[in-house]
Write a protein that binds this ligand. Structure first.
Ligand code: 3HC
Length: 311
């Protein structure tokens, strides 16, 4: 009986159909979606921390208002994604516990410090730029709730990237000190941004299955290459140098060649030993504990309402 369901599921995936929450799905399909969507949600929530640090220190009211909107968007993306994960039968509390206990992953990029205002612009330009590259194909993901969440996220993400680039253009048009701040931030964020796309395809345990199931539409390496090819021109217009002496156009390939990524650093950060991993989790644990009274009040209020309705 499962064989019939499995055959129908495979046929629908091969036909490019969308799987909905109430449809039969292989347990492994459900599990890998819970893994990816919940870690994506964790990335959004933890991703609010590096930038949130600069809301109170933005250089103008305009930049403060923009950054406030962006950080709020990231929080909203996290909530959409937790809601998409819940359609697969997991509870928000379990997902939160997995993050706060250090069991669940979130994007390595958020374990780097934001040292000054230029970092906020470079995060918008490079980190949100890489996130857009990664999230646009996810709008065509075979799992409906995830794909639909991505459509809304991608619209807001392009605003995030543009505002970052705009802030950097302003700084590059400023003083030498401002130009040095931008170049220094680019030097610190370039390689970690390339790591956002994940390990090389040959070292990616999930890619094969995720591509067969129409969850991952473009491979880690192909997306990373797309990002590099698109960003080199933007760096030229901005007037910054990307920190890779091997970055060079390869006519035969029709792409830019670039140097090897430091995978020891990648796995070191993914495994919890980056510059900010401890601070990021501590901040999330504190937010959870500080918010306990809100959860208790909401439950007490709901119980009172239920009792009133019963009376
Ligand atoms: N940071 C942390 N962990 C990473 C990682 C990274 N940059 N790249 C890969 N990994 C992990 C994977 O989660 C996997 O571990 P797991 O099996 O325990 O989950 C392992 O490394 C091997 O990687 P795979 O390539 O086999 O895993 P995937 O097939 O899941 O591919 C991915 C990794 C491309 C990140 C994919 O999970 C994905 O597309 N996720 C959804 C998008 C996402 O999470 N993007 C993070 C960017 S942050 C963001 O979007 C917020 C924006 O507002 C800035």
């Amino acid at each position: 009986e499962n064989a019939a369901y499995q055959a129908e599921f495979d046929a629908r995936i091969d036909a490019g159909a969308t799987i909905e929450a109430k449809d039969w799905m292989p347990e492994a399909y459900r599990k890998t979606l819970v893994r990816q969507i919940s870690q994506h949600a964790h990335s959004e929530i933890v991703g609010m921390l590096p930038e949130g640090n600069w809301i109170s220190r933005a250089p103008s009211l305009k930049r403060k208002a923009i950054l406030l909107a962006k950080v709020q968007d990231e929080g909203g993306h996290g909530l959409y994604l937790y809601a998409a994960a819940e359609t697969l039968g997991v509870s928000r509390d379990d997902l939160t516990e997995a993050l706060l206990s250090g069991k669940a992953k979130y994007s390595s990029i958020f374990n780097y410090p934001t040292l000054n205002w230029a970092d906020v612009g470079v995060i918008g330009w490079l980190v949100d730029g890489a996130a857009i590259m990664n999230q646009i194909p996810l709008c065509k993901c075979s799992y409906g709730p995830y794909a639909r969440a991505m459509v809304r996220v991608c619209k807001e993400e392009s605003f995030h990237q543009r505002q970052g680039y705009d802030a950097l253009l302003a700084m590059m048009g400023g003083t030498d000190e401002q130009r040095e701040l931008v170049q220094d931030a680019v030097n610190r964020w370039w390689w970690p941004s390339l790591m956002m796309f994940g390990p090389h395809d040959a070292d990616s345990p999930n890619s094969g299955q995720s591509m067969r199931w129409g969850i991952k539409r473009i491979s880690n390496d192909d997306l990373r290459q797309k990002f590099v090819d698109a960003t080199v021109k933007q760096a030229e217009v901005l007037g910054v140098t990307l920190p890779d002496p091997e970055l060079k156009w390869n006519e035969a390939r029709g792409h830019y060649d670039f140097a090897a990524i430091d995978w020891d650093e990648f796995w070191n950060v993914v495994n919890g030993h980056g510059q900010c991993n401890v601070d990021r989790l501590a901040a999330r644990v504190k937010a959870w504990e500080d918010g306990a009274w809100v959860r208790e009040a909401a439950v007490a209020h709901a119980d009172k309402q239920a009792a009133r309705e019963k009376a």
